[in-house]
Write a protein that binds this ligand. Structure first.
Ligand code: H53
Length: 832
C-alpha cells in the first residue's frame, strides 16, 4: 500500500471511472430487454447461452455507437486507412474482451449478479472464434486490437470460415480431429452486409481489345464466378475510443440452385455448383496433400484477396474519385504470402479495369503494399504450380510473367547477372517443375518487407531473401512482434493486473512501459508475497480445470513447467519429453534425494497430415500415463497433455505457469508470441537464443532467463558437419538411457516398437538437433531447480520479467508499423 501512494496515477478520482462506466441498473434493464426482444426468451426459460447472447448484444450496442462515429470521423478527416489482409484471425472469445475495452465489465458483472447470473459462466459458454492455426493468426488478432487502441483507421480482411481450426480429442493417447462448429449457435458479434457482394472470377480466357486511344487492353472472361459476401465484426480498442472493422468474406454461389435441373428430379445435381462455390469458405486450412486440396487453398487465397481489393478500391473511389491516389489513402499489409496474389489483382484492377499505364500502376502497387514474412522454413514458403495458376487465374499468371520479365530485364544488365543469380531472383522457380514464388511476388510488389523479430529479420537478409535484398537494399526491416496486454494481462490475469496497477497506476494498459516501475519492488518481500499468492491462486484454478478435463490431480505447490504451442519437430516438444523421462529414471533410482515436485504441462495441435507431430502427441500421453501412475514417484513428477489447446485455454494456463518452454532449434522460430505472454505474467523462460527470446533476454536481463543450447550460427555450422546424433548420444548417459527406454517400449508396452522410428531418426538424422542440445537443456533445467529452491530469488526474477515486458506490447509494434511502413498517425489511448 506504500507504493500505491507513490504512483501519481493511482489516486485517480473514483468518480471519473464511475462517469465512464454505465450505471448498473441501466445495464441490467438493457440485458433484460435483449433477452426478451432479441433472444426471445423469458428470464425463467433462459439458458446460460441465452444470457450470454443478451449480454453480448447489450455491450454490442455501446460498441456500435462508437463504431459508427469512428467510421464517420475517418471519412470526415480523410485519413489514410490500413488494410490488414490475413487468411487467419485467431480471435478467441469476445465477451470479456468487449466488456473490458468498453470499460463496462464491473458494472455488467454486478448487473448480472442482480439477475442471479454469473458472468464467469457466460464467459465459458462462448465458443472461441478459432479462425487461425497459431501464432500468425493470433498476432493478427492482437494487431486488430492495438490498431483500434491507437485510433488507426483500419480494416482486417479475411475469410469467415464456417469451420475454424479442428477440435482435438485425445483417444488412447492419439490425436483425433473433429470439425469445429463455432457458428452453430449463431454469432452475436457480427453483422451480415447483404448489400456488399463482390463477384470473384476463376478460369476462363483472355481477349485482347483495342482501347479508344489505340492501346491494347486485356479482357479477362472468367469461366466461373462466385460471390463474396461481407460480414462485419466491430473491434473495440482499449477504452472504446475507436472501433475498427473486421470484414470477413463468405462464399456464395451466384445462383442458389439450378431450377430446371431440380424440377427435372436431379435434386442433388441441382445444388452442385452451390456446393462447389461455398466450399471456398467452408474450412480453415483445407488439407493440401491432394491436388484438389491445393487448388481449394489457392481459390481461398484469391477469393479473399480479390474481394478485399475490390472493396477497398470501391471505397477509395467513392471517397476520393481517383484510383491513382490509392497509395496516399490506403496501406495494405500482407500477413505472410497467403494474400500475395493481391499484388497481381491490384495490377489487374488498375491496368485492365482503370486503364492505368503499367509503370504507373506498378508504382501505385508498390507504394500501397507491404509484406510481413513469418517463416524461413522453405516448406512453408508458398509456391504455386504454374499450370494450376494458368488454369485458375490466367490473367493473373500473365501479369506475374510480365512483372517477372521487367524485373529480370532490369537486373540482367548488371555485371554479376549470372544464370544462377537470375534463377534465384526470378518469380518462377524452375527447380522442380515451374512454380510461382509467392514470397518473391510479395517482396517485389511491396515498398517494405518485414520480419517479426530482430534475429529473424537479420536471417531473412542472409537466407531466403538474400538476392532480392541485394537489389533493394533497405527494403527489409524488422518489426518485433507484440501482444495485447488487455487480453493477455488484464483479462487473463485480473488479480495480477490489479496488483500491478497499485504500483504503476491505472494507466498501465494505456502505456505498458510504466511497468518498469515494478522493478523497484523485485526484492520487496511483502510485494513478493502478494505476487506469489496470485500465482498460487491461478495454479489452483488451473489444477481444478485439469482435474475436470483429464482427471489428473496436480499439486499447486509443484513447479508448473509449461510447453504449449503447435506441435512441430522444430519446436522440440521431444526434447522436453526426453528430460521428463531422464528425470523419471533418476527419481526412481534415487528416491531419497530432495526432488522438487514438478508438473510438465503440454498442449497443442498437430496438423492432421503431420504424422511425426501426431506421434509426438502420443509419446507425451504415453509417457504421462506411465509416470502419473507410478507409485514410486509419490507425485514428484506429473506429465499431462491437455486436449484441444485454443486461445481460451491459453488464457487459463499462462497465468498459472512458473516455467515457460521456448526451446526451438535456434534459427527456426521466427519470433514466438507465447514466450511474451508467459514472461509478462511472470513465468521464467527456459529457451534457446531463437526468435524473440533473444530480445526478451535483453529486456528482462540474462540472470532472469534460462538460456541454453546452440545459437543459430552454431546450428548452421553443426548441420553442415552432419546431423547424425550418435556422438551426442554416446557422450550423454542420461540421454542414451532415456532414448533406450522409449525405444524399447517402456512407455508403450502394448506396442513396444511404437517409437523405434522416432528414436532412430534422432539417432541417425537429427535435423532439429535434439540430441546435440540435450545436455545443455538438462543442465538449464537443473539451474531452474536451484532458483526455485531459493524462493526470494525466484520471485525476484519473476517480478523483473513482468516489469521489463512493457516493450512487447503490440501497441509498440503497431506504432512502429504506423510510422515506418504505413505512414499513418497514431493517437495513444488515455483516460478521458
Ligand atoms: O507466426 C508467428 C511467429 C511464429 C511463427 C508463426 C507462423 C504461423 O503461425 C504460421 C505460418 C508461419 O509461416 C509462421 O511460427 O514464430 O511468432 C507470428 O509472427
Amino acid at each position: 500500500e506504500t507504493h500505491a501512494a507513490s504512483a501519481p496515477d493511482a489516486a485517480a478520482p473514483a468518480a471519473e471511472t464511475q462517469a465512464i462506466g454505465e450505471d448498473v441498473a441501466a445495464i441490467r434493464d438493457l440485458i433484460l430487454a435483449k433477452l426478451k426482444y432479441s433472444v426471445g426468451k423469458s428470464v425463467t426459460a433462459a439458458s446460460p447461452h441465452d444470457w450470454f447472447v443478451a449480454t453480448a448484444l447489450s455491450v454490442r450496442d455501446k460498441v456500435v455507437e462508437s463504431w459508427l462515429s469512428s467510421i464517420e470521423s475517418s471519412k470526415r478527416t480523410g485519413r489514410k486507412r490500413v488494410y490488414y489482409l490475413s487468411l487467419e484471425f485467431l480471435i478467441g472469445r469476445l465477451l470479456i474482451d468487449a466488456l473490458t475495452n468498453m470499460e463496462m465489465i464491473d458494472e455488467t458483472r454486478a448487473a448480472l449478479a442482480e439477475l442471479g447470473v454469473d458472468l464467469e459462466t457466460l464467459r465459458e459458454v462462448e465458443d472461441d472464434a478459432a479462425l487461425g492455426n497459431g501464432g500468425l493468426g493470433r498476432l493478427a488478432a492482437c494487431f486488430m486490437e492495438s490498431m483500434a487502441t491507437l485510433s488507426i483507421a483500419a480494416y482486417g480482411y479475411g475469410i469467415r470460415y464456417d469451420h475454424g481450426l479442428f477440435r482435438q480429442r485425445i483417444k488412447n493417447g492419439r490425436q483425433l480431429e473433429y470439425p469445429e462448429d463455432w457458428l452453430s449457435f449463431g454469432n452475436p458479434w457480427e453483422f451480415q452486409r447483404p448489400e456488399i457482394v463482390c463477384p470473384i472470377g476463376f478460369g476462363g480466357h483472355i481477349d485482347t481489345e483495342t482501347r479508344p486511344d489505340g492501346e491494347l487492353r486485356q479482357v479477362w472472361h472468367p469461366g466461373e464466378t462466385v460471390e463474396a459476401l461481407a460480414y462485419d465484426t466491430p473491434i473495440p480498442g482499449w477504452r472504446g475510443a475507436h472501433i475498427n472493422t473486421l470484414r470477413l468474406w463468405s462464399a456464395r454461389a451466384v445462383d442458389p440452385l439450378r431450377l430446371d435441373q431440380f424440377n427435372s428430379g436431379d435434386h442433388i445435381g441441382a445444388l452442385m455448383d452451390r456446393v462447389r462455390a461455398e466450399s471456398i469458405s467452408k474450412v480453415l486450412y483445407p488439407g493440401d496433400t491432394t491436388p484438389a486440396g491445393q487448388e481449394l487453398r489457392l481459390r481461398q487465397e484469391f477469393f479473399f484477396a480479390s474481394a478485399s481489393l475490390q472493396d477497398l478500391v470501391r471505397r477509395h473511389i467513392s471517397l476520393y474519385g481517383d484510383v491513382r491516389t490509392l497509395a496516399d489513402k490506403a496501406a495494405i499489409q500482407l500477413n505472410d504470402t497467403h494474400p500475395a496474389i493481391a499484388i497481381a489483382e491490384l495490377m489487374h484492377i488498375l491496368v485492365d479495369l482503370h486503364d492505368i499505364p503499367w509503370d504507373e500502376a506498378w508504382a501505385i502497387t508498390q507504394a500501397t503494399f507491404s509484406y510481413t514474412n513469418h517463416t524461413l522454413l522453405p516448406e512453408a514458403l508458398e509456391t504455386w504450380p504454374v499450370p494450376l495458376m494458368e488454369r485458375l487465374l490466367p490473367r493473373h499468371m500473365q501479369i506475374i510473367y510480365l512483372i517477372n520479365a521487367l524485373h529480370l530485364a532490369k537486373v540482367s544488365g548488371e555485371p554479376d547477372a549470372t544464370g544462377h543469380r537470375l534463377a534465384a531472383l526470378s518469380l518462377i522457380d524452375e527447380s522442380h517443375g515451374r512454380r510461382v514464388r509467392m514470397g518473391h511476388l510479395a517482396f517485389l510488389g511491396s515498398h517494405k518487407v518485414n520480419g517479426v523479430s530482430q534475429l529473424h529479420s537479420d536471417l531473412m537478409k542472409t537466407t531466403v531473401f538474400h538476392d532480392l535484398e541485394s537489389i533493394a537494399p533497405g527494403k527489409i526491416t524488422n518489426k518485433t512482434n507484440g501482444i495485447t496486454f488487455r487480453r493477455w494481462l488484464k483479462e487473463a490475469n485480473p488479480a495480477l493486473t490489479s496488483l500491478l496497477m497499485e504500483v504503476v497506476g491505472d494507466n498501465l494498459l494505456d502505456n505498458a512501459m510504466v511497468l518498469e516501475k515494478v522493478a523497484a519492488l523485485a526484492d520487496d518481500s511483502s510485494f513478493q508475497e502478494r505476487y506469489a499468492a496470485i500465482r498460487r491462486a491461478n495454479k489452483m484454478t488451473l489444477a481444478r480445470l485439469v482435474q475436470q478435463r483429464i482427471g489428473v490431480k496436480l499439486n499447486p505447490d509443484a513447479l508448473f513447467d509449461v510447453h504449449i504451442k503447435r506441435i512441430h519437430e522444430y519446436k522440440r516438444q521431444v526434447l522436453n519429453i526426453l528430460e521428463a523421462v531422464a528425470i523419471y529414471e533418476e527419481i526412481r533410482a534415487q528416491p531419497f534425494r530432495d526432488w522438487i515436485p514438478r508438473v510438465k504441462i503440454f498442449a497443442g495441435k498437430a496438423a492432421a497430415s503431420y504424422t511425426t507431430a501426431k506421434l509426438i502427441i502420443q509419446l507425451a500421453n504415453d509417457v504421462g500415463k506411465v509416470i502419473n501412475s507410478d507409485p514410486a514417484l509419490r507425485g514428484l513428477l506429473k506429465v499431462v497433455f491437455l486436449p484441444n489447446y485454443n486461445v481460451s485455454l491459453a488464457e487459463r494456463i499462462i497465468p498459472a505457469a512458473d516455467l515457460s518452454e521456448q526451446i526451438s532449434t535456434a534459427g527456426m522460430e521466427a519470433s514466438g508470441t507465447g514466450n511474451m505472454k508467459f514472461a509478462l505474467n511472470g513465468a521464467l523462460t527456459i529457451g534457446t537464443l531463437d526468435g524473440a527470446n533473444v530480445e526478451i533476454m535483453e529486456h528482462v536481463g540474462s540472470p532472469n532467463i534460462f538460456i541454453f543450447g546452440l545459437t543459430a550460427d552454431e546450428v548452421e555450422a553443426k548441420r553442415s558437419q552432419g546431423i547424425n546424433g550418435q556422438d551426442a548420444i554416446a557422450r550423454s548417459p542420461k540421454l542414451s538411457e532415456a532414448l533406450e527406454s522409449i525405444a524399447s517400449g517402456v512407455f508403450s508396452p502394448d506396442e513396444p516398437h511404437r517409437y523405434r522410428g522416432l528414436v532412430d531418426a534422432l539417432t541417425y538424422h537429427d535435423f532439429f538437433l535434439v540430441t546435440a542440445d540435450f545436455d545443455a537443456y538438462y543442465n538449464a533445467q537443473r539451474a531452474v531447480f536451484r532458483r526455485w529452491r531459493d524462493k526470494p530469488a525466484w520471485w525476484r526474477s519473476a517480478i523483473l520479467n513482468t516489469a521489463h515486458m512493457g516493450w512487447f506490447s503490440s501497441d509498440r509494434t503497431i506504432a512502429e508499423y504506423a510510422e515506418e511502413i504505413w505512414n499513418v498517425p497514431v493517437t495513444p489511448p488515455g483516460r478521458k
